[in-house]
Design a protein around this ligand. Structure first.
Ligand SMILES: Nc1ncnc2c1ncn2[C@@H]1O[C@H](COP(=O)(O)OP(=O)(O)OP(=O)(O)O)[C@@H](O)[C@H]1O
Ligand SMILES: [Mg+2]
Length: 280
């Protein structure tokens, strides 16, 4: 049998964002204060900051769901005036339709744009396979785990080939281990498709693992306290080489992550553990 025609050209055209002196207020509430940054083609920039500082608001502006109160926000040199499938937003809670199977949910993203249903289903199966969901195509969302639902949501986000992905704590509702496997899946998809990504996360390790750049925001009204560059690092989930950066980011977020030096010096073996080999 002939192998099936594979996916359409994998590399997705990318999008460049230009935030220029962006300000945002809701009535009297000043949320974003003079935010200026370029997000380059194919870059993954993580936004971290205290709750309520305005991270989701920034994503919503990039998605075209909110308008800035001041400044200009451009995508590929053009002002963002409203939502567009080229810029896909993905939330923490998967937004799968409960009355559709995983395959139908994933295919739907294409059916909105294309007429050929059969081809959409075929592509949905391919994207589900990429996120290790082969065999679950006919399952309904409530019949699979939360992690599997988010995998399907990832497949749905990528299938319509968005130039930009706007991810708002996409794995925030998952346990730490499941989250790591989802981060691996996301990284694989990004490597293949290379869209431009803005990722809001509360998980500093997630930002360190996935991002080329991390922007740490202040309390509202949000300004960038510091920017960290991680491009060109080959990363694993063992992030020990980033420990100083991690400490600094947590410090900026008001979380103390340094040992009490005096106490540590007095008792350098205070934290110890042993390992035991277990026969397979
Ligand atoms: N549509 C809206 N109308 C009025 N106020 C809003 C609206 N959207 C957001 N806000 C306010 O703007 C501020 C920033 O909200 P936003 O959701 O961007 O924060 P966040 O950084 O994403 O927080 P979290 O980490 O908790 O998700 C909050 O005080 C919120 O109440
Ligand atoms: Mg938010």
């Amino acid at each position: 049998m002939e192998p099936k025609a594979s996916l359409y050209p994998i590399r997705i055209p990318k999008m460049k964002f230009s935030f220029q002196n962006i300000e945002k207020s809701f009535s009297d509430l000043r949320v974003i204060d003079d935010f200026s940054r370029e997000i380059d083609h194919g870059e993954l920039v993580a936004l971290v900051g205290p709750s309520g500082c305005g991270k989701s608001t920034l994503l919503h502006m990039a998605a075209g769901l909110e308008r800035p109160s001041g400044g200009s926000l451009l995508a590929d040199g053009k002002a963002i005036r409203g939502p567009n499938p080229e810029r896909t937003l993905m939330f923490q809670e998967n937004a799968l339709y409960p009355w559709l199977t995983l395959e139908q949910n994933v295919a739907l993203a294409l059916e909105f744009q294309r007429s050929n249903k059969r081809r959409a289903r075929e592509l949905a199966r391919e994207w589900l396979a990429k996120v290790q969901l082969s065999g679950f195509e006919e399952y309904f969302p409530q019949q699979v785990s939360g992690g599997m639902r988010q995998r399907a949501a990832l497949a749905r986000a990528f299938i319509s080939r968005p130039k930009a992905l706007l991810l708002d704590e996409p794995f925030g509702a998952l346990d730490a281990l499941t989250r790591m496997t989802l981060q691996d899946a996301l990284r694989e998809l990004i490597r293949e498709a290379a869209p431009t990504v803005l990722l809001v996360t509360h998980d500093v390790d997630e930002a360190l693992f996935l991002a080329d750049r991390i922007l740490v925001f202040s309390q509202r009204p949000a300004v960038v306290l510091k920017e960290f560059n991680l491009a060109h690092h080959e990363k694993t989930h063992d992030l020990s080489e980033f420990a100083p950066m991690r400490r600094e980011i947590l410090g900026l977020l008001g979380i103390r992550a340094e040992a009490d030096t005096a106490a540590a010096q007095a008792d350098p073996d205070s934290v110890s553990y042993t390992t035991e080999e277990v026969a397979a």
